[in-house]
Design a protein around this ligand. Structure first.
Ligand SMILES: Cc1cc2nc3c(=O)[nH]c(=O)nc-3n(C[C@H](O)[C@H](O)[C@H](O)COP(=O)(O)O)c2cc1C
Length: 332
């Protein structure tokens, strides 16, 4: 469908980087339903250099987990260069640089979205990264710092001049964090300002919202983030909607149980039983969001410590089978 540098993509639906979420098990599950390109969560350049166990887990991948985008976060050339050296021994297809994270602990170090306030500095960093990495380099930005300083079109042009091969843009300012209107207009201006592909992000919770992002911005691809939490099927349902204009029904409870168990097993295989079960608990909550009478099972899941216990709890979701699942709604 489109290329990011030398990487050819058949699908324009991409799994977004999400801290604490986009680990290997989750990426593998979403790929089953059509996420072709998927991202790791952001990796702090300082921590990457320290090669901690946790950081290694964040970059770990396998042959089914391709194509893979790795995202880095930083602002100091020394740490960025050191992180890139560490990354040389890992295999991935795209290196994305984060200039979008709005968290205080990140922006007060001059990293993430704070770099939108210093476009020249961001450009110099991107030049450095492009020179140091043989894979296509991309950047993830927001529309600006706040609504008085929207500068994504200029930032995107500067990134293109630095040699970046695609722009990922969350259509909100840093100040908006994750709520409020998505600014399709500014994404459209970014698309007009550069020749490289532009991938839009923000509120892609359904087929109609995906269509809206494509139509209102002219973007080449879309990043799916919160819409995939507990709903890896979203990739298939958006794809069907874009091709055929029809909404797919939600997966049956049986199908949800099957995927929940598969996801759990991948977590335990990857993180080990003790940690895997803990990591999985939040996914249990997301998978069962809106399920009728789910509270007692959720409480049990929160206290579960073994694979067997959690599998049993997941199986008992089947008692809900008598409830009708709604047709997927158009807008969340
Ligand atoms: C839990 C969570 C973690 C996130 N972590 C990252 C991250 O590590 N790097 C990044 O660039 N964006 C991150 N984001 C932002 C998303 O990639 C995405 O741009 C944003 O959530 C808007 O998309 P949505 O409305 O579909 O959720 C995160 C979002 C969420 C909800």
């Amino acid at each position: 469908m489109f290329n990011i540098g030398t990487l050819q993509l058949q699908s324009s639906l991409i799994l977004a980087p999400m801290a604490g979420v986009s680990d290997l098990p989750f990426r593998l599950i979403t790929r089953r339903f059509g996420a072709e390109l998927a991202f790791t969560e952001m990796l702090n350049c300082r921590s990457l250099g320290l090669k901690s166990r946790r950081t290694k887990q964040m970059i770990a991948s396998n042959e089914q987990d391709r194509p893979l985008g790795v995202q880095i976060l930083g602002s100091e050339p020394y740490y960025i260069k050191r992180a890139i050296e560490v990354l040389q021994s890992y295999s991935f297809d795209i290196l994305d640089f984060n200039a979008a994270c709005p968290e205080k602990k990140v922006t007060r170090r001059g990293e993430g979205a704070a770099l939108l306030l210093e476009p020249k500095k961001l450009q110099r960093i991107l030049e450095l990264v492009v020179q140091a990495v043989s894979k296509p380099v991309t950047v993830k930005i927001r529309t600006g710092w706040d609504n008085l300083s929207i500068n994504a079109p200029e930032v995107a042009q500067m990134a293109e001049d630095a040699g970046v091969k695609a722009i990922f843009i969350h259509g909100r300012t840093k100040q908006q964090l994750y709520s409020g209107e998505v600014d399709y207009q500014t994404i459209r201006q970014v698309k007009r300002a550069v020749k490289i592909p532009v991938i839009g992000s923000g509120n892609i919770f359904s087929g109609p919202l995906a269509k809206r992002m494509f139509e209102e911005t002219g973007c080449d691809g879309i990043l799916i983030a919160r819409g995939s939490l507990g709903n890896p099927w979203i990739f298939r349902s958006i794809s069907t909607y874009l091709k055929e204009g029809r909404q797919q029904p939600l997966p049956s409870f049986l199908e949800v149980i099957r995927i929940m168990k598969e996801h759990l097993r991948l977590c335990v295989e990857f993180f080990g039983e003790k940690y895997g079960v803990i990591i999985y608990r939040k996914f249990f909550g997301w998978y069962t969001k809106g399920f009728p009478k789910i509270r007692p099972l959720r409480q049990l899941a929160t206290g579960a410590t073994t694979l067997q216990e959690l599998e049993k709890i997941i199986s008992s979701i089947l008692v809900l089978e008598n409830y009708q699942r709604p047709i997927m709604s158009g807008v969340k």
